[in-house]
Design a protein around this ligand. Structure first.
Ligand code: FES
Ligand SMILES: [Fe+2]
Length: 298
């Protein structure tokens, strides 16, 4: 069992915490693309304990900058999206996606003061329904060529959920194969009243996933460490001839990739909001037919 100090070391991310500094070396999901499609594309976000504003400028570029204006602390998420940036609603200082102050309208014309102002900014990249950010030092690395990033948009469906636990608690649940036999099981194979999750067939068998989970509550779990993190191989012996195998890939530090059916996998990240709370982001990736996003949403 972890001591309180050890637990803090691997879960706490705010300020200059070592775990936060480690996580910042990776791209993380920040928002769903659809969260910014309103007529005014600016939104307050919190990630790694930092209060920031995410916006899309008039050229369509994403910016992630400090939420508080450095002048008098006004909230930039109420800013105006115009003139190549976001303009503070209080005195009109204008910031671009790099956090550079482009204008200070009330300063004398000859003033150079704006050149001394630079607020925190982080690069963003939008892909398959999610806007990602890199909060580490130096130049951002390229996003890896994972299936969820290289699949066409038509074969991807992104989703998010708010979790009242820290990022590592969520990762632990994400890789835990045995809870599925209780949390994700239904007493009937087809149960529209309670939901249809796991109602599909297991592989090419005639058995629904929910019945596999319902009837095999004590799976065998093997853990392999490998170059990307670790892989759990969970088996449920269904009968003499067949065995259900679930593969869970944990891509260090917080991405979990699980093949769900023969032609779909889920990639899910658990991203710290602060030391206590986290967002769950997921991209479902289809390898065969396009995804019916409306059906997925419902
Ligand atoms: S508070 Fe933002 S410009 Fe004054
Ligand atoms: Fe689950």
């Amino acid at each position: 069992m972890l001591s309180v100090e050890e637990n803090g070391l691997v879960t706490q991310i705010e300020g200059n915490a070592p775990c936060g500094n480690l996580l910042r070396n990776y791209w993380h999901p920040l928002a769903l693309t659809e969260e910014l499609t309103a007529s005014r594309a600016a939104k307050a976000v919190k990630i790694m304990g930092e209060d920031l504003v995410l916006f899309r400028d008039d050229k369509g570029e994403y910016g992630l900058i400090d939420r508080r204006c450095p002048h008098r602390g006004a909230d930039l998420c109420f800013g105006r999206l115009e003139d190549g940036g976001i303009r503070c609603p209080f005195h009109g200082w204008l910031f671009n996606v790099d956090g550079i102050c482009l204008e200070q309208p009330a300063e004398p014309r000859e003033s150079n003061f704006r050149k001394k102002i630079k607020i925190q900014s982080y690069p963003c990249q939008e892909i398959n329904g999610i806007i990602f950010t890199y909060m580490g030092l130096g130049k951002a690395p390229a996003l890896p060529h994972f299936d969820c990033f290289v699949a066409p948009e038509s074969h991807s469906f992104a989703f998010k959920g708010y979790l009242e636990c820290n990022w590592l608690q969520a990762v632990e649940v994400g890789i835990d194969p045995s809870h599925a036999s209780f949390l994700h099981r239904y007493l009937k194979d087809h149960d529209p009243e309670y939901g249809l999750q796991f109602g599909g067939m297991s592989g090419d068998s005639e058995v629904t996933m929910t019945s596999v989970l319902r009837n095999h509550v004590c799976p065998d779990i093997k853990v392999e460490e490998n170059e990307f993190g670790m892989r759990l191989i969970t088996t449920r012996k269904m009968n003499r001839e067949s065995m259900h195998v679930r593969v869970t890939n944990l891509v260090f530090p917080n991405l979990i990739v699980i093949p769900m059916t023969n032609d779909m996998c889920i990639s899910q990240w658990h991203v710290p909001i602060d030391d206590k709370y986290s967002w769950w982001y997921a991209i479902f990736t289809a390898f065969d037919d396009e995804i019916d996003k409306e059906a997925m949403r419902n």
